[in-house]
Design a protein around this ligand. Structure first.
Ligand code: ADP
Ligand code: TPW
Ligand code: MG
Length: 571
C-alpha cells in the first residue's frame, strides 16, 4: 500500500500536465461542456482551483471564451468533447477568428489510428483538418511530454499579431499517458511576452501625421481593435490633442464617452460623406464601413490612413495612403510624440458643421425617447434603458437582434471602454447569453443584455447557467413576436405561420422562473425601468419580458438593402 502511494507520487499524466501548463500561464477560467474525456479534466481542474463553468451547449461556451479573450487580452479557453461537441464549439472559434479575439478551443478526440483508418471509433472525426481553415492556427498533441509546448504555442498564436482563434486537439489517450513527475515539470513552458509590442516604423508615423495635417475635414474611426488594445488613456489623449471628430464602431463605443464633444456618432452619415482624410484605428474597411466606397462615403475624394497590427489589412478594399503597422498602443504613443506642441486643430468650419449636426439630431431624438407608449416602441423602451446605463456606466451592455441591435446601438450612450459587447463582424445571432456570462465572470460587473426575441432564442437555455452560477445578469427580451416584426403572414394563405413569426404573447419571463431566477413581464417603459433597476440593484439573475409593438421594426433592421431582389416573384 505504502509502496503504491509513493509510486503514484512520482508520476504525472496528461490531465495534470494540461492543468499545470494552463495555470503556469495564468489561465484559470474554462468554459466547457463535459463528456468523455473532458469530464475528468474538468473535475481535476476544479480540484486544482481553476474555475470551470459548464454550459448547456458548446457554442455558448465558445462565445463566452471568445469574448473573454476580447475583454482580457488573454486567450479565452473553451473545452469540448469530440466530433459533435467539437463542431458545436467550432462556430464560436470561427467567430473569434473573424473578430480578431484570442481564443483556444480544446477538444478531446478519438484514437488517431482508428480515425485515420476510418474504422468507426466513438465520436470519430478528423477534427484537426476540419478546424484548420476556420482558425488562425491548429495543433495536435500526441505525447504527454508535448502538452507544455502545445499549450504554449496555442497561447502565443492566439494573442500575438492579429489575435484569433486557435484549435488544440487532445486525443483522449494523451490525457492518460503517464511520465515521471520531475521530467514532466521540465516540459512545461511559460510563454514570455506572448504579444510583444510592435513598434511602427518612424517614417510611417511621420507620413500619417503629414496626411492628417494636410486635411481640411479629417475624421478618426475607432474600431474594436482599439478597444481590445487597452490603450484607453493614450487613445483619448490622441483624439483630444488632435481635435479631430471621431466615430466609434459599435464595440468601440465608450472608448471615449459617447457624449464627448468630438464624437461624431450622431452625425455619422455627414462625417463619412464629407470627410477628406479618414484615419482608421483598429477598424477594417469591411461591409460595416461599406468597403470604403460607394454612396455611404459620398463624392468627396478620400485619403485613408490605417493603423493596424496586420500588414495584410492595408489596401484590402481601397488604397491606404498612409499605412501604419504596429500595435495600437505603440502607434498612438508615436503619434502623440510626433505631433509636437504646435499641432493645429482642424478648421472650425468642419468641426462646427459636425457639432451642429450632432446637436440637431440629438435634440430631434430626445422627445421620442421619452414616450411612454403601450405597446412599447423601440424608442420608448430604449429611452428608459438609456438612463439606466447613464446612471450605471460601469455595467456591461450585451446586445443582439436586428431592430433591437440597431436601435440600442444608436440610442444607448456608452461611457467606458469595452462595455458594449455585441454580434461582431458576422452579425451572429446567439452570442448573447455566452457573452453575458463571460462578461459577468471575467469582470465581476453587472450585465444588462438587451436581446431581440429571436436572437435570445438561439442561446436561451443558458439562463439556467446564469441561475446556476447566480450571475448578476439582467436579460431584457424585446418581445415583438418575431424576427424584425411579429406581423408576418404566410403568403400561401396556408395554416403554417409565416417564417418570421413566433408564438404570440410568449412569456420568456416564465423560463427564468423555472430555474429559480426572477421573471418580470412588462408592457410600458416605466415598468421596464423599474424592473431593470431592481435587477441591477439586487444582482439577481433576472429576465424581463418586454412587450414591443409587433409592427414597430423594419425588415432586416438597418441592413434591408442587403436583401437580394427576386426578379421572378410568383404570386
Ligand atoms: P470594427 O468591427 O470595430 O470596425 P474590426 O474587427 O473590423 O473592427 O477591426 C479590428 C482590427 O483591429 C483588425 O484589423 C485587427 O487586426 C486590429 N487589431 C486588433 N488588435 C490590435 C492591436 N493590439 N493593435 C493594432 N491593431 C489591432
Ligand atoms: C446565426 C439572421 C439576423 S437578425 C435575426 C436573424 C435570425 C433575428 C432578428 O430578430 P430579433 O430582433 O432578434 O427578434 P428584432 O428586434 O428585429 O425583432 N442566424 C445567425 N445569425 C444571423 N444573423 C441570422 C441567422 C438574422
Ligand atoms: Mg423580434
Amino acid at each position: 500500500m505504502a509502496e503504491n502511494v509513493e509510486e503514484v507520487a512520482t508520476l504525472t499524466d496528461g490531465f495534470n500536465l494540461v492543468i499545470d501548463s494552463l495555470q503556469l500561464n495564468d489561465i484559470q477560467t474554462i468554459y466547457n461542456v463535459p463528456g468523455i474525456p473532458i469530464t475528468d479534466l474538468g473535475r481535476y481542474m476544479q480540484a486544482a482551483g481553476m474555475r470551470v463553468l459548464s454550459f448547456r451547449h458548446e457554442q455558448n461556451a465558445g462565445y463566452a471564451a471568445a469574448i473573454a479573450g476580447f475583454l482580457t487580452k488573454k486567450p479565452g479557453v473553451c473545452m469540448t468533447v469530440s466530433a459533435p461537441g467539437f463542431l458545436n464549439g467550432l462556430t464560436a472559434l470561427a467567430h473569434a477568428t473573424t473578430n480578431c479575439f484570442p481564443m483556444i478551443l480544446i477538444s478531446g478526440s478519438s484514437e488517431r489510428e482508428i480515425v485515420d483508418l476510418q474504422q468507426g471509433d466513438y465520436e470519430e472525426m478528423d477534427q484537426l483538418a476540419i478546424a484548420k481553415p476556420l482558425c488562425k492556427a491548429a495543433y495536435r498533441v500526441l505525447h504527454a511530454e508535448d502538452i507544455g509546448i502545445g499549450i504554449a504555442r496555442a497561447i502565443r498564436a492566439a494573442v500575438s499579431g492579429r489575435p484569433g482563434g486557435v484549435y488544440l486537439d487532445l486525443p483522449a489517450k494523451v490525457l492518460a499517458q503517464t511520465m515521471d513527475i520531475e521530467a514532466g515539470e521540465k516540459t512545461l513552458v511559460k510563454v514570455i511576452d506572448a504579444a510583444p509590442r510592435q513598434l511602427p516604423a518612424p517614417d510611417s508615423v511621420a507620413r500619417a501625421l503629414d496626411v492628417l495635417k494636410g486635411a481640411e475635414r479629417p475624421l478618426i474611426i475607432l474600431g474594436k481593435g482599439a478597444a481590445y488594445a487597452q490603450a484607453d488613456d493614450a487613445i483619448r489623449e490622441f483624439v483630444e490633442k488632435s481635435g479631430i471628430p471621431y466615430l466609434p464602431m459599435s464595440m468601440a463605443k465608450g472608448l471615449l464617452p459617447d457624449t464627448h464633444p468630438q464624437s461624431a456618432g450622431a452625425a455619422r452619415s455627414l462625417a463619412l460623406k464629407e470627410s477628406d482624410v479618414v484615419m482608421l484605428i483598429g477598424a477594417r474597411l469591411n461591409w460595416l464601413l461599406s468597403h470604403g466606397k460607394g454612396r455611404t462615403w459620398g463624392d468627396s475624394p478620400k485619403k485613408f490612413v490605417q493603423v493596424d497590427i496586420e500588414p495584410k489589412e492595408m489596401d484590402s478594399n481601397v488604397e491606404i495612403v498612409a499605412p501604419v503597422v504596429g500595435d495600437i498602443g505603440s502607434c498612438v504613443q508615436a503619434f502623440l510624440e510626433g505631433m509636437g506642441k504646435d499641432w493645429v486643430a482642424p478648421p472650425a468650419t468642419w468641426t462646427g458643421a459636425i457639432k451642429e449636426k450632432v446637436d440637431t439630431n440629438v435634440a430631434r431624438m430626445a422627445p421620442r425617447l421619452q414616450n411612454n407608449n403601450v405597446p412599447m416602441d423601440y424608442q420608448g423602451a430604449l429611452g428608459a434603458l438609456r438612463i439606466i446605463i447613464r446612471e450605471r456606466p460601469d455595467a456591461i451592455l450585451v446586445n443582439e437582434g436586428a431592430n433591437t441591435l440597431d436601435f440600442t446601438r444608436s440610442i444607448i450612450d456608452m461611457y467606458q471602454p469595452r462595455k458594449r459587447l455585441d454580434v461582431g463582424t458576422w452579425g451572429v445571432m446567439g452570442v448573447g447569453m455566452g457573452t453575458a456570462i463571460a462578461a459577468a465572470v471575467e469582470t465581476g460587473k453587472p450585465v444588462l443584455a438587451i436581446e431581440g426575441d429571436s436572437a435570445f432564442g438561439f442561446s436561451g437555455m443558458e439562463i439556467e447557467t446564469i441561475s446556476r452560477y447566480n450571475l448578476p445578469i439582467c436579460v431584457v427580451v424585446f418581445n415583438n413576436g418575431g424576427i424584425y416584426q411579429g406581423t408576418g403572414v404566410n403568403p400561401s394563405g396556408g395554416a403554417d405561420a409565416a417564417t418570421t413569426v413566433f408564438v404570440k404573447d410568449a412569456r420568456y419571463d416564465k423560463m427564468m422562473e423555472a430555474f429559480g431566477g426572477v421573471g418580470v413581464h412588462v408592457t410600458s417603459p416605466d415598468e421596464l425601468s423599474q424592473a431593470v433597476n431592481a435587477a441591477m440593484d439586487s444582482g439577481k439573475p433576472t429576465l424581463v419580458n418586454a412587450v414591443i409593438d409587433e409592427k414597430a421594426g423594419t425588415e432586416s433592421g438597418r441592413i434591408g438593402s442587403l436583401n437580394p431582389q427576386s426578379v421572378v416573384v410568383r404570386k
